[in-house]
Write a protein that binds this ligand. Sequence first.
Ligand code: ADP
Ligand code: MG
Length: 356
Amino acid sequence: MASITIRELTKVYPGGVRALDALDLDVAMGEFFALLGPSGCGKTTLLRTIAGLEAATGGTIRLGDEDVTRHQPGRRDVGMVFQDYALFPHMTVLDNIAYPLRVRKQSRAVRYGRATSVAQVLGLQGLERRRPGELSGGQQQRVALARAVVADPRILLLDEPLSNLDARLRLEARTFLKTFQHRHGFTTVFVTHDQAEALALADRIAVMESGQIRQIGTPAEVFRRPASLFVASFIGSTPMNLLPGTVRGGAVAVGGTELPVPEEARGLVLDGQEVVCGVRPEYMEFSTEPVDGAFGGRVSVVENLGASSLVTLDVDGETVRAVVGEGFEAQPSAEGWASPRPGRVLLYRDGELVTG
Ligand code: ADP
Ligand code: MG
């Protein structure tokens, strides 16, 4: 196992697309690291460049103490699971798994001994003689994972490994992946465009946009304190309330309501400045009785989330959302009041979190 140290990594494709733009990244040994971002932000390019399948235009990649930037893929000792798994359709499961050992010119006995034991670890026993076309999506994913780890790589790279599975299987495979990683301690970079997946799996998350990393942190940090409106709008299964307002005497006037300037932003914003107050719907208190200083309006939609509901309130044309607990009977068109829990308001100016 190795750590990963990336400095000023740039990748410009022949057509001129700058897919990675002077990107810095540190992944610790044994860490389960998620790269999260919208389609086209450069996630796959980053993985392929780490693996050596794409040449870097500039910058360096180190695995442990070794600079591998100019190494051929075969010399990097990297295991990779591709988004479509890229299994060899004409080979059996066991031959697929053993393939990296064949490339390394291991003996037949070593190849099959090792492939058989990895197949067992991944719950593939009994399927060794089948071909990929005779497997379910979840089984194919495990074969791809087995092939990625069979040669004992220094790092493991997973490109949206769960995106081809249906919703129920995806959840199962996600738990399996986390257990597997935890048990074997692989330094893992996991790519996803699904924020829930990143939050659920990762030790840390990097949120990417346009070939750059916008924020790095633990799932809790990124969820609670998105560093920019871009990250705020990207993270969370219900979208964050982003309420535009104006600073006025220690408070932010949002429509007819005033929210106190958060402690961390005091002294950093000036009267008259335009800002955005960010509050997660999970951190909004909702009441059907009038509350002082709350956003008062009319309930426009109530969505059932299972154990809770998402209430959308129309406040003078502005939308305010709150998650309310079980047993709440909200009626559309009823009056409602929503107020942020103390300490749960984030202040953004020019798209960035205002903090000391
Ligand atoms: P993601 O995996 O986050 O969806 P990609 O790394 O696949 O993003 O792509 C990043 C950018 O690079 C996109 O604009 C994409 O169109 C472009 N790109 C990806 N692969 C190539 C390629 N082989 N040649 C030219 N442009 C590419
Ligand atoms: Mg991709």
